[in-house]
Ligand binder design. Structure first.
Ligand SMILES: C[S@@+](CC[C@H](N)C(=O)[O-])C[C@H]1O[C@@H](n2cnc3c(N)ncnc32)[C@H](O)[C@@H]1O
Length: 270
């Protein structure tokens, strides 16, 4: 276990644009191309993917359009969506991350290896033998990768996006907001792209103040489960359901952060 370091004091957008190592992040927190199925299943990322998969399956309007915001270089939220949505969009702030996503989308040989995650996604649906179909479906449904700055009121400017049925995000909000008021604003900006009755699914951390990538300490906002619930309610969202990692048996995972717990929260736009 790492020693607890001084937290980074604020969100630094320039670092995400200029220096953030998205491949390293995907290896550290997802074990992309490295972990086996058991390691994924017992990890925080495996927990989040399982909960996202369950919430997506329950969504009433599961046939149409899906958006993941701040995807990074990580396909984990897109995989559960691949079998359920005809049109998949993602959005990301960092040009380097968008490049990594484009590489996978174009089938380039040096793209990150998400094979074992596709197998895990197929396993979650009892479709272990069909994992290659998940990959093919994602290639077919994935429409575009939009530039995005969620600190702006028009985050995809100059692009426009018509409202979608389900939006996911993971570990974006805790990385950029400074308090519950800011969190409320960020959720409002995301929810403007959601159809009425559509679901917002947040994978987030609680009781954390930093994480590390490649030795650099990065800011996390110290938020509680109640803070996320409050910010969703401040936006008039209802039907809130929560899955919490500490309710299941996960291996100890504090090598690169002081994250207290991971939660996945679903809320419906009214
Ligand atoms: C902790 S990473 C999470 C990546 C991925 N969603 C995951 O599940 O691991 C935070 C992501 O937020 C992106 N990001 C940083 N500032 C942002 C902003 N202002 N608007 C949108 N995304 C931003 C970063 O480029 C990075 O990909």
């Amino acid at each position: 276990m790492m020693s607890k370091r001084m937290a980074a004091e604020t969100y630094d957008p320039r670092y995400y644009v200029e220096n953030f190592d998205h491949r390293k992040y995907a290896e550290q927190f997802y074990g992309a191309g490295q972990w086996n199925l058991e390691q994924i299943a017992s990890s925080a990322s495996g927990f989040c993917m399982k909960a996202v998969n369950k919430f997506i399956s329950e969504c009433e309007k599961g046939g149409g359009r899906f958006l993941d915001i701040a995807t990074g270089a990580c396909l984990a939220n897109l995989m559960p969506a691949a079998t359920k949505f005809d049109h998949i969009y993602c959005a990301e702030f960092s040009p380097a991350a968008r490049e990594e996503l484009e590489k996978w989308k174009a089938g380039e040989p040096d793209a990150l290896d998400w094979t074992t995650y596709f197998k895990y996604a197929a396993n979650l649906d009892g479709q272990a033998e069909n994992w290659k179909a998940y990959e093919a479906l994602l290639h077919k449904a994935w429409v575009s990768i939009l530039p995005c700055d969620l600190t702006k009121d028009d985050p995809f400017a100059p692009e426009k996006l018509a409202p979608v049925d389900v939006i996911t995000e993971s570990f974006l909000l805790c990385s950029i907001v400074k308090d519950v008021g800011d969190l409320t604003d960020a959720i409002r900006r995301m929810a403007q792209y959601l159809k009425k009755g559509g679901a917002l699914i947040l994978s987030e951390c609680v009781n954390a103040s930093f994480y590390q990538v490649g030795g650099r300490t990065l800011y996390l906002c110290n938020l509680s489960e109640q803070d996320y619930v409050q910010a969703l309610k401040n936006n008039g969202m209802e039907g809130i359901e929560i899955a919490r990692a500490s309710d299941v048996n996960l291996r100890e995972d504090q090598e690169f952060s002081n994250i207290g717990d991971d939660i996945v929260v679903k809320a419906v736009k009214t």
